[in-house]
Design a protein around this ligand. Structure first.
Ligand SMILES: [Zn+2]
Length: 182
């Protein structure tokens, strides 16, 4: 059914082919409208739907290039996050921790029983004067903390990279032109 734009109000309305060449009232403004002959009516309709299709494909092209930009941006953010995360992981893995709390306890357990009583008393007095809480952690503990901080940053970087890469994949799939567009 061809569509005809009302010369009075501009709103298009559908016209039956049998109405071509006759008069009708616009369903929107009620004006009496002279309808063109069938050939002219079809030509008008074809032009209107063609310009509509062009407008639709133009807006689709716009959103396509927009999603491509978003895809590339996500890809780069994911790559940077993966590089930073990888750097942190490698730094963490490269650190060798020279001891553990378990080793330290074993060391103390073998060391203290060998001390003479007088030395034990002095050690206790030192603990009393310095307080039982150590202001500074043991060096192996500090190194272990530094190692786990690097590994934590590395894991966070990799997690961020994975999330953004997933986002890029979603944008890539959604933004991909379908066969009908090509
Ligand atoms: Zn009208």
């Amino acid at each position: 059914m061809p569509a005809f734009p009302c010369p009075s109000c501009g709103t298009s309305f559908n016209v039956a082919a049998s109405q071509a060449g006759s008069q009708t009232n616009c369903p929107h403004c009620g004006q009496t409208v002279n309808l063109p002959k069938l050939g002219e009516l079809r030509r008008l309709d074809a032009t209107a739907s063609e310009s509509g299709a062009v407008a639709a494909s133009l807006s689709q092209a716009g959103s396509l290039s927009g999603s491509r930009v978003a895809f590339v941006a996500c890809f780069f953010v994911a790559a940077i996050a993966a590089i930073l995360g990888g750097f942190c992981l490698i730094r963490g893995w490269a650190i060798t921790v020279p001891g553990s709390t378990a080793d330290h306890i074993v060391e103390i357990e073998t060391y203290y029983p060998e001390l003479p009583a007088a030395q034990l008393v002095r050690e206790w007095q030192q603990i009393e004067s310095f307080s039982e809480e150590l202001a500074m952690p043991y060096p192996y503990r500090q190194i272990a903390d530094e190692r786990s901080a690097w590994l934590r940053k590395g894991m966070l970087g990799m997690l961020a990279a994975a999330i953004v890469a997933g986002l890029a994949a979603v944008i890539g799939v959604v933004g991909r032109p379908t066969r009908a567009d090509a």
